[in-house]
Design a protein around this ligand. Structure first.
Ligand SMILES: C[S@@+](CC[C@H](N)C(=O)[O-])C[C@H]1O[C@@H](n2cnc3c(N)ncnc32)[C@H](O)[C@@H]1O
Length: 385
């Protein structure tokens, strides 16, 4: 199918997950380039990127270190920093990422990655310092024209692309808010998702890999707001003719549960987060996506998830902001994620209590699959096949 046979530039800076089939073809071809006499730092860097996506951590680390031996590159240091975060190697992560900043202080990525290395309770100043600088650099970035250049021209890709531009409101947004909407930095007035374009790109890549690799299970989002993420999931299944899996839309449809941190929010923000079920259903309807393959699970996660009818999960996307919401979702749904399925955590980089829940969960259940960064805040990992 044309949609799956797309070519990915090996120089691409931040691509999402790729299918196992694609990785099993591309990795040997780059390996053979690396073993020629004219080995280059760029080839080793590309090999490291693909090995990372294949979750081959030790091989990826060696390839990136070889790339660094041949040439000190910001990209290799950043990836080594990211790998170190996923492995819990805090000192290595700090060393790699601080070197990145020495080389390219204008890039937001190392600042954002460093902000998740430090502990919120004991090193709060560091977290705030690095996050503030990352957001300052990101907001100043001119994302303009490149977003609107069509990257793929087959009908399926173009349809999904249009859905994403509509869900994010990029088709209407003013030039000065384009960058915010791409990175998901704002709470948009009208868009059907708070997620930025790049987070939606990541959903697309995950669903595409799930279908291509034949991973069993449904697509789930816990914390949907106006429903945009789940509308996109349904649209992708539909356009790819996948009739065998459901999209689960899980939310209280009345905002966040009461807690100390929620009480510190303004009433306006709390109200903004409460979107009724009928509004979300209407949003689905507007895209022609409300059908038998969509199921709503209404209520607090702590009540609905323990005995939910969700059986197997191929994509678990968590966007509930709080420690309790993230923990409840992981505790009740993680064991249902199929091997090869994806877990996306939207607020890992932006909300320390969400990050704490994920870190505690990964530690408690010895989850060692590497973490991949999607944008300034979201991460994903792929359950081992
Ligand atoms: C940040 S919004 C989600 C944004 C959304 N994923 C998007 O694409 O725009 C958080 C959502 O999580 C829901 N939520 C948070 N904690 C919850 C819980 N414990 N139970 C049910 N819903 C919860 C809120 O109602 C809200 O709709």
């Amino acid at each position: 199918m044309a949609y799956f046979s797309m070519e990915i530039s090996s120089d691409s800076a931040n691509f999402g997950p790729l299918s196992q089939r694609f990785l099993s073809e591309i990795i040997p071809s780059i390996q053979s380039k690396c073993s020629t006499n004219t080995e280059s730092s760029r080839n080793w860097l590309n090999l490291g990127k693909y090995l990372m996506l294949a979750d081959r951590v030790a091989d990826a680390t060696s390839a990136l270190q070889r790339s660094l031996q041949l040439d000190t590159s910001y990209e290799a240091l950043l990836l080594l920093g990211e790998l170190s975060i996923g492995m819990g190697k805090r000192d290595d992560a700090i060393r790699y990422l601080k070197t990145c900043i020495e080389l390219r202080s204008e890039r937001w990525e190392p600042w954002a990655r460093l902000s998740v290395v430090f502990d919120w309770l004991t090193e709060r100043e560091e977290v705030i310092k690095y996050q503030t600088q990352a957001l300052k650099l990101l907001s100043a970035q001119n994302t303009g024209g490149e977003v609107f250049a069509s990257k793929k021209n087959d009908p399926v890709s173009m349809y999904i692309d249009l859905i994403k531009r509509t869900l994010t409101d990029l088709i209407y947004d003013e030039p000065e808010t384009i960058s915010l909407r791409c990175h998901g930095l704002d709470w948009p007035l009208r868009a059907h998702s708070m997620m930025g374009l790049y987070a939606l790109d990541n959903i697309e890549s995950c669903v595409q890999s799930i279908i291509e690799d034949g991973i069993e299970g449904d697509l789930v989002e816990a914390g949907v707001w106006r429903g945009g993420g789940t509308i996109l999931m349904r649209a992708i299944l539909k356009v790819l003719g996948d009739c065998g899996r459901k999209v689960w839309v899980c939310d209280s449809f009345q905002g966040l549960p009461d807690s100390d941190s929620v009480r510190q929010m303004t009433q306006k923000d709390r109200d903004l987060l409460a979107v009724s079920r009928s509004t979300v259903e209407n949003n689905f309807r507007r895209y022609g996506m409300l059908d038998q393959q969509v199921d709503f699970l209404e209520g607090w996660f702590t009540d609905t998830l323990p005995a939910s009818p969700i059986e197997k999960v191929a994509l678990l996307r968590l966007d509930g902001d709080l420690y309790s919401s993230t923990w409840d979702s992981l505790i009740h749904l993680y064991q249902k994620v199929s091997p090869g399925g994806f877990v996306i955590i939207d607020d890992f980089g932006s909300i320390p209590e969400c990050r704490d829940a994920v870190t505690h969960f990964r530690r408690k259940f010895s989850i060692s699959e590497p973490i991949h960064f999607i944008n300034w805040q979201a991460i994903y990992w792929r359950k081992s096949l």
